[in-house]
Write a protein that binds this ligand. Structure first.
Ligand SMILES: Nc1ncnc2c1ncn2[C@@H]1O[C@H](COP(=O)(O)OP(=O)(O)OP(=O)(O)O)[C@@H](O)[C@H]1O
Length: 225
């Protein structure tokens, strides 16, 4: 579903990722871990086409990303739901309107999807908060809304960047359960986190593999986490 072959990524400050190869099979669940600044967000950005590799090949849904034109890239991105680290809400819109935004952006009429939106808000436990505005939300509510927005278009892949940042343990477990449910629905899930205790706790909930970035390389982590 996502395949990286010998991908490297450099910017003005130097090389961040070197010769990274990985394959995420359809329906798999992976954690991506590594120290702060090791390149987790960058790797996710490569996976959804927000950044291009400096060298190497990256394909998603069997398509070489480097060969997609703008329209094809836009189509491909709709099949990938992203939970951004900083959530990125529009404060003047309600929570429900924020969650529905990808519908508008992709040219669908949110009015025709009201039932879908309502169900999704309930699924993340935010039904009663639909009319609230982002500044009124707690950290956990923001993260759950960000997850709802990431899956409103029913993507095949969900990429989540530190989805449990700024929340307490119980809320991080709740978010993990939601991600596990998405995976059981057949979605391919990749979660970037520096929180090893979260990964350890996930073992009882999801069958996940753990990828670790260390010194610009990506490795499959062993059971010694
Ligand atoms: N295009 C770029 N221009 C400048 N700096 C960049 C660029 N891409 C990445 N970096 C830098 O590379 C480093 C790695 O960033 P990245 O956000 O991918 O790491 P991370 O592992 O997700 O970190 P964290 O766990 O703190 O979120 C950062 O110091 C970032 O500022």
């Amino acid at each position: 579903m996502i395949e990286l072959e010998n991908v490297s990524y450099s910017y003005g400050g130097g090389q961040l990722l070197s010769d990274v190869s990985m394959q995420l099979a359809p329906g798999s669940f992976h954690f991506l871990t590594g120290p702060s600044g090791s390149g987790k967000t960058t790797l996710l950005k490569l996976c959804y086409g927000a950044l291009a590799p400096t060298t190497g090949r990256l394909s998603v849904f069997g398509e070489d990303m480097g060969r997609l034109d703008r329209d094809q890239m836009a189509m491909m991105r709709r099949r990938i739901g992203v939970v951004h680290q900083d959530c990125r809400f529009l404060d003047h819109l309600t929570l429900a309107e924020n969650v529905a935004l990808p519908l508008l952006v992709s040219g669908r009429d949110p009015k025709g999807e009201e039932e879908n939106l309502k169900e999704l808000m309930q699924w993340v436990g935010l039904g009663p908060r639909a009319e609230a505005h982002p500044p009124e939300l707690s950290g956990g509510e923001r993260q759950r809304a960000a997850l709802a927005r990431a899956v409103i278009l029913s993507p095949d892949i969900v990429l989540a960047d530190e989805p449990t940042g700024n929340v307490d343990w119980d809320m991080s477990q709740r978010l993990l359960r939601l991600l596990g449910e998405l995976n059981r629905m057949g979605k391919t899930v990749l979660v970037a986190t520096h929180d090893l205790s979260l990964i350890r706790a996930a073992k009882s909930q999801v069958q996940a593999r753990v990828l670790r970035i260390s010194q610009r390389k990506l490795q499959l982590a062993g059971a010694d986490l």
